[in-house]
Design a protein around this ligand. Structure first.
Ligand code: MN3
Length: 220
C-alpha cells in the first residue's frame, strides 16, 4: 500500500485570478507530489502503518516508531495538509452558513472579525507554515498558526479551514506580499467543505440547522 497524490477537484486554471494555473501546477504536481513520494519511501519498511489513513498516523504521532516519526510529521503532514487544502478551495468561493456560521459568530463576534483575526495569525506566523481554523470536537473554535507541516490532528484537534503560508503557495502570484495573499485567498475558500467538517466533528450539531449555539450546548 502506498499513499496517492489526489487529483485536484477542479481544473488547474479554475482558481484564477486568485491563483494562477502555473502556480497551481507547481504546487500540486511538484510540491504535494514530493511529500507523497517521500512519505511512501519513509514508510516502505512499515507496510502496516502505510495502510492507515494519514490522519490516523498524525493523531498518533507519539506512538509511531522513532525512525519514522519525523518523516510522518513532515512528509505525512505535508500530504495531509495539502489534500485538505485542495478540498477547501473552490472557484469563486462559497458562502459561510449554517452551524459553522453560528459558531464563528458566537466565538469571534462577526464573520469580519473572524477574518481579521485569521489574517493576523497568518501574518504573524514566522517562516513557513499554515494558518488554521480548528475545532476540539465539542464545538469550540480556535485559530492557530502552526509552523512547517505540523498538523492540528497531532494536537487532538480537527482542522476546518487552512491557508498555506509557505512561500511556494503564494510567491508565484504575490511575491513577498503575504498579507495580500491572505486577503485574496478568501475569494476561493469553500466554506461548505469547512462546515461539513465542523458538523462531522460535532455530530450533535444538525447539518444546515443554522441555529445559534447556546453556551449550554458546550460541555465544560
Ligand atoms: Mn504548499
Amino acid at each position: 500500500m502506498a499513499y496517492d497524490l489526489p487529483a485536484l477537484p477542479y481544473a488547474y486554471d479554475a482558481l484564477e485570478p486568485v491563483l494562477s494555473e502555473e502556480a497551481m501546477r507547481l504546487h500540486h504536481d511538484k510540491h504535494h507530489k514530493a511529500y507523497v513520494d517521500k512519505l511512501n519511501k519513509a514508510l516502505e519498511p512499515y507496510p502496516d502503518l502505510a495502510r492507515q489513513p494519514i490522519e490516523m498516523l498524525l493523531r498518533d504521532l507519539e506512538t509511531l516508531p522513532e525512525a519514522v516519526r519525523k518523516d510522518v510529521r513532515n512528509q505525512g503532514g505535508g500530504h495531509a495538509n495539502h489534500s485538505l487544502y485542495w478540498e477547501t478551495l473552490t472557484p469563486g468561493g462559497s458562502e459561510l452558513s449554517g452551524a459553522l456560521k453560528a459558531a464563528i459568530t458566537a466565538s469571534f463576534g462577526t464573520h469580519e472579525a473572524f477574518k481579521a483575526k485569521f489574517q493576523e495569525a497568518g501574518e504573524k506566523l514566522f517562516g513557513s507554515g499554515w494558518a488554521w481554523l480548528v475545532t476540539d470536537g465539542a464545538g469550540k473554535l480556535e485559530i492557530l498558526g502552526l509552523p512547517n507541516q505540523d498538523s492540528p490532528f497531532s494536537q487532538g484537534k480537527t482542522p476546518l479551514l487552512l491557508c498555506d503560508l509557505w512561500e511556494h503557495a503564494y510567491y508565484p502570484d504575490y511575491q513577498n506580499r503575504r498579507p495580500d495573499w491572505l486577503k485574496a485567498w478568501w475569494d476561493i475558500v469553500d466554506w461548505s467543505a469547512a462546515a461539513e467538517r465542523f458538523v462531522d466533528a460535532r455530530p450533535y450539531v444538525r447539518a444546515g440547522a443554522g441555529d445559534p449555539l447556546q453556551s449550554g450546548d458546550l460541555p465544560g
